[in-house]
Design a protein around this ligand. Structure first.
Ligand code: PGA
Length: 250
């Protein structure tokens, strides 16, 4: 059985003091033996402090982005080694906000995934279609293309360190959630694609998270779907109560 993995993407929210408060509340509210794996992804400026607060707990630390080069003249960019040096185990790559607002291409995302894995980070690789693409019946094409390009050159062995997050863009931050059936349909399609590209065992071991307006009151039903192995949570992870509610329903 695959473990459920719940990750909170704080996005551009939470200054240092707010980060300390939020992570302390999450730790206080989390039972000692939470069955789900829990990951928090604060902004870069809070990573080091949150990392100290997470020491000795089961909660894992993730970053929201990184650059693929090792070091050098890349003003304002952050490398994989830098993330590791502050205790990150995960990094979110290819989020739709990076794709849409910051024009990140599949090729760039692929380079980032390669570097992250080579440096020993685990990648939460985000994919998902726009509203227009869904309405035009292109969802499965878009998702296949993103997987094909994003995972180019990634080996079966490396896939153990990849989580795929299916996030229909029309459901992110909009309050519109994909129905459990809509999400399950795409998740099972993704698992089949991965089985074809790699093997059944890689596909069966793969964690596929759903993201897009996940809240405590819809998490249970989404997470009970056969191929939904967790959630990537935006808005609802900014309050400890609602994030803990989602974790509890996993
Ligand atoms: P949301 O964001 O939960 O606010 O829709 C999800 C995400 O962008 O990962």
């Amino acid at each position: 059985m695959r473990k459920k993995v719940i990750a909170g993407n704080w996005k551009m929210n939470m200054d240092l003091r707010q980060s300390q408060k939020l992570v302390s509340e999450i730790l206080n509210g989390l039972g000692k033996d939470s069955k789900a794996e829990v990951i928090v992804c604060p902004p870069f400026t809070s990573l080091s402090e949150v990392s100290s607060l997470l020491k000795g707990t089961q909660v894992k630390l993730g970053a929201q982005n990184m650059y693929y080069e090792e070091s050098g003249a890349y003003t304002a960019e952050i490398s994989a080694e830098m993330l590791k040096s502050v205790g990150c185990e995960y990094v979110i790559l290819g989020h739709s906000e990076r794709r849409v607002i910051f024009n990140e291409s599949d090729e760039l995302i692929n380079k980032k995934i390669k570097t992250a894995l080579a440096k020993g980070l685990k990648a939460i690789f985000c994919i998902g279609e726009l509203l227009e693409q869904r309405e035009n019946g292109q969802t499965m094409n878009v998702v296949s293309m993103q997987i094909e390009k994003g995972l180019e050159g990634i080996s079966s062995e490396q896939m153990k360190n990849v989580i795929i997050a299916y996030e229909p863009v029309w459901a992110i931050g909009t309050g519109k959630t994909a129905t459990p059936e809509q999400a399950q349909e795409v998740h099972s399609f993704i698992r089949e694609l991965v089985a074809k590209k790699y093997s059944t065992s890689v596909a069966e071991g793969l964690i596929i998270q759903y993201g897009g307006s996940v809240k405590p009151d819809n998490a249970g039903e989404l997470l009970s779907q056969k191929d939904i192995d967790g959630a990537l949570v935006g808005g609802a992870c900014l309050k400890a109560d609602s994030f803990l509610g989602i974790i509890a329903s996993a």
